[in-house]
Design a protein around this ligand. Structure first.
Ligand code: SF4
Length: 62
């Protein structure tokens, strides 16, 4: 599984990038978050970011 962000929905609040900076980074041009390590990193951290995302746009993809 890998983690994806639905960019259409992301509001660029930076919550996920603060929680898991090794997985999520801000795309400064788009002012949205992007996934920099889709198959690596802490699952706990990713799930915490999923729960904390105010618009629920972080998902697992098979
Ligand atoms: S927490 Fe959600 S809305 Fe906020 S930057 Fe991350 S993906 Fe976007």
């Amino acid at each position: 599984m890998k983690v994806i962000i639905d960019e259409e929905v992301c509001i660029g609040c930076e919550t996920c990038t603060e929680l898991c900076p090794e997985i999520f980074r801000m795309d400064e041009m788009k002012e949205k978050a992007k996934v920099v390590r889709p198959e690596g990193g802490s699952v706990d951290c990713i799930e915490e970011a999923m729960e904390a995302c105010p618009v629920s746009c972080i998902h697992w993809e098979e």
